[in-house]
Every structure is written in structure tokens, then in C-alpha cells.
Design a protein around this ligand. Structure first.
Ligand code: LMR
Length: 398
């Protein structure tokens, strides 16, 4: 049965992280996978999450199945976190939410829903986008195309190109947008640009599929939800994939949610039934633990406050480090102006250096970034910054 199988290449992100783990260089630095690290290189558990988890375990009396769509408290609070209290209340049953195994599960279930709605539908993704968007959506049977997004010359979104590219998308197709903190470039569109993008979506009857994996890592929990909320206010149908991996630090618990918003509760109930059926035919229902933690945390005002302030500290630290990286690189070499690094949002940023420089950083100095030049800003620390600045400058000035 299995004798003819060829070994497949490793995933570009998980594979590189694995290579890093196996590297025996004692000075190695991991800027590859999107995982937050504190000043000691540790990915900490948020104190509020730890407390919520302890309380949840203490109060839990059964391990019997949770409702198929997931923990109701989790779904209610995640909807409010993403859409805000008043918009969520206004929408009521027009929102259908299902708990999923991570943001990947949400993307995949969203993809299955799109396939049920229109087989072989085309989804347009930003150029570039997160590498895993391709296998996640294509393996559900969707076709993927790219719309213009990032300019390597300006190290920013080429907005006029993006807009004209969106205007050329055939009526009725799906557009995948990053809600905030664009992965991999860290280049986001502004609220005013979101308004214009949403107008094009409305004109061309394009359905947005919004991936929100970093809410709270950009400008703040509400600020980062601007695009999603405006899309929901102005468009009849929106599909959202959200993740609790980063903003709750629940990476290994695999917790996220897929949400579908349609013009009426009957259509939403039908769409939700397709998500539940797709889940049932693959993993039945999402694991409960992570959703239980988040649902409990967000229903407790004191824990919520604690989590929000911890999240603010994480964001402030990343912003300080990205500023220090930009300044340090600008001071230590003259080949390239790195000021754009300070403008990036969220966990990632493209360094925009040649591929041979990326490879030299890895092989000679044990500094791991993706071939695309994406770095995980959350992998920087006061301790490793001088080393990174020195080594990047070295490889650039050869
Ligand atoms: C990343 O982009 O590094 C993260 O989202 C982790 C992953 O699963 O790829």
C-alpha cells in the first residue's frame, strides 16, 4: 500500500523551525516561526490564561461532549471580541460561529463552506500571503489566484495596484484579506484604505474571507478589528477565520473560530449546518480545552482586564524591539535603509535582503529567518538584538 510513496518536502515554516531545533549552534536565534518569545526566549503562558485554566479545571465536572458548534461562552465572547458588543448584538442570529482546531481549522472549515456554496470557487489571496493559505484552501478544492499587494521596492502596500487588481476580479469571487498584521510582510492597509477596499468588494459583489490571527498585536484589540467590523457593517456576506494561538498564547491547544455572516438568520443557519457537517466528516468537533479557557477568561471581567493589559505589554515590547532593530540596522550599515521595519505591524516583517544573505545568516551565524526574508519580530530581544544587527550588517556589506 505505502511502498510507492515519496517523502514530501517539509512545510516551509514548520520545517525550518524543526531545523532550528536540531541545530547544535549554542548561539542560534530563531526568527522563523510566528511564536512570541519573552526577554528570556521563552514563550510564556499569559497569567490570566493560567488562572482561567486552573479555575476551569477546578469547576469542570465532566469530560462528556460539548455542543457540536463548541463552548457557547467561547462563541459568544469571541464574536464580541471580534465584532464589538453593539455590532454583535445588532447582528444577532445573522452570525453563525463554530469553534475550530486553531485558525487553520477555521480557514479549512471556511473553505469547505465555500466549496459547498459554490464548488471550485476562486479565492483571491494577497501577493504574498501566508504560505499555508495555499494548501489549506486548495486541498478543500478551491482555486487560488493572487491580487497585487506588497511592493518590495517601497517595502509597503502598493495600494493603487492593490485596488486596481481587486477591481479586475470577476464578479462573485472570494477575496481573502488579512484582518490585521499581514503575514508575512507586516504591511497593513489603513482604515481609510479598508473603506475603499470594502467599496470595491461591494461593487464587484466579492465575498470577503477575513483571516484574523493577530488581533491585539497591531494597534489594539478594537483598532485591529476595524476592517472586519466595517466589512460586516457594509457587506451582506462575510466569512471570518479567527485564531487564539497568538493573542491568548494558546498555540498548542489549537483553538479558533469560523464565523459566517449572511443577510438573514435562515441563511446563516443553513451555512452553519454546512460547517458542522464538514467538521463532522473530518474531526467531528473541535477539542474543547482551549475554547473552555478563552470562554471562561472572557466571561470574567477581572481576568479579561488582566489579559488585556498583558497583551498590551506584549504589543509594546514588540514595537520597541522593531524600532530598535530599524535604528540599529540604519546606524551599523549604509547598504540599505531599514526605516520601514519600524512601520511594520504585528509579529512579522520582511527584511528585504538578498536570498544569499538570508542563507548566510542561517548557515554561518545560526540566525533563522524564512527565505522570503520574513522575520518574527517577537523573536528579537534586548540580548540578541546587537548580535542580529551586527550579523545582518556583515552579510549585507560583503
Ligand atoms: C507563522 O506564520 O509562522 C505562524 O502562523 C505559525 C504557522 O503555523 O505557520
Amino acid at each position: 500500500m505505502f511502498g510507492k510513496l515519496e517523502t514530501l518536502p517539509a512545510d516551509p515554516i514548520l520545517g525550518l523551525n524543526q531545523t532550528f531545533q536540531q541545530d547544535s549552534n549554542p548561539d542560534k536565534i530563531n526568527l522563523s516561526i510566528g511564536v512570541y518569545q519573552n526577554a528570556h526566549g521563552v514563550t510564556p503562558i499569559f497569567t490570566a490564561v493560567k488562572k482561567a485554566e486552573a479555575q476551569l479545571i477546578d469547576a469542570q465536572e465532566t469530560k462528556s461532549y460539548a455542543p457540536q458548534a463548541g463552548d457557547p461562552l467561547f462563541l459568544q465572547h469571541m464574536t464580541q471580541l471580534l465584532l464589538g458588543d453593539s455590532l454583535s448584538a445588532q447582528l444577532g442570529d445573522r452570525v453563525g460561529a463554530v469553534m475550530t482546531p486553531g485558525g487553520c481549522g477555521a480557514l479549512r472549515m471556511g473553505a469547505e463552506l465555500l466549496m459547498h456554496a459554490r464548488e471550485g470557487a476562486t479565492v483571491w489571496v494577497s501577493d504574498p500571503t501566508w504560505a499555508n493559505h495555499f494548501p489549506l484552501l486548495q486541498s478543500a478544492g478551491l482555486k487560488l489566484e493572487k491580487y497585487a499587494y506588497y511592493s518590495p521596492e517601497t517595502h509597503a502596500v502598493d495600494f493603487s495596484k492593490m485596488l486596481s487588481s481587486l477591481q479586475a476580479i470577476p464578479i462573485g469571487d472570494v477575496v481573502l484579506l488579512h484582518g490585521c498584521c499581514h503575514n508575512p510582510t507586516g504591511a497593513d492597509i489603513t482604515p481609510e484604505q479598508w473603506d475603499q477596499v470594502i467599496s470595491v468588494l461591494a461593487e464587484r459583489q466579492l465575498t470577503p474571507f477575513i483571516d484574523v490571527a493577530y488581533q491585539g498585536f497591531g494597534d489594539g484589540l478594537n483598532e485591529d478589528a476595524y476592517g472586519v467590523r466595517e466589512a460586516v457593517k457594509r457587506l451582506p456576506e462575510v466569512l471570518i477565520a479567527s485564531s487564539c494561538s497568538k493573542n491568548f498564547g494558546l498555540y498548542r491547544e489549537r483553538i479558533g473560530a469560523v464565523m459566517v455572516i449572511t443577510p438573514d438568520s435562515k441563511t446563516t443557519a443553513a451555512a452553519k449546518s454546512h460547517i458542522l457537517t464538514a467538521a463532522r466528516s473530518s474531526y467531528s468537533m473541535s477539542p474543547y480545552h482551549g475554547g473552555g479557557i478563552v470562554g471562561h477568561l472572557l466571561s470574567d471581567p477581572a481576568l479579561t482586564q488582566e489579559w488585556r493589559s498583558e497583551l498590551e505589554q506584549v504589543r509594546a515590547r514588540m514595537n520597541r524591539l522593531r524600532g530598535e532593530l530599524a535604528d540599529g540596522l540604519n546606524q551599523s550599515q549604509t547598504v540599505k535603509d531599514f526605516s520601514f521595519v519600524a512601520q511594520s505591524k504585528g509579529m512579522f516583517c520582511y527584511l528585504g535582503i538578498p536570498l544569499d544573505a538570508v542563507r548566510a545568516l542561517r548557515s554561518e551565524f545560526g540566525i533563522y529567518l524564512l527565505d522570503s526574508t520574513r522575520i518574527n519580530v517577537a523573536g528579537l530581544s534586548t540580548e540578541n538584538l546587537p548580535v542580529i544587527i551586527d550579523r545582518v550588517s556583515k552579510v549585507l556589506q560583503r
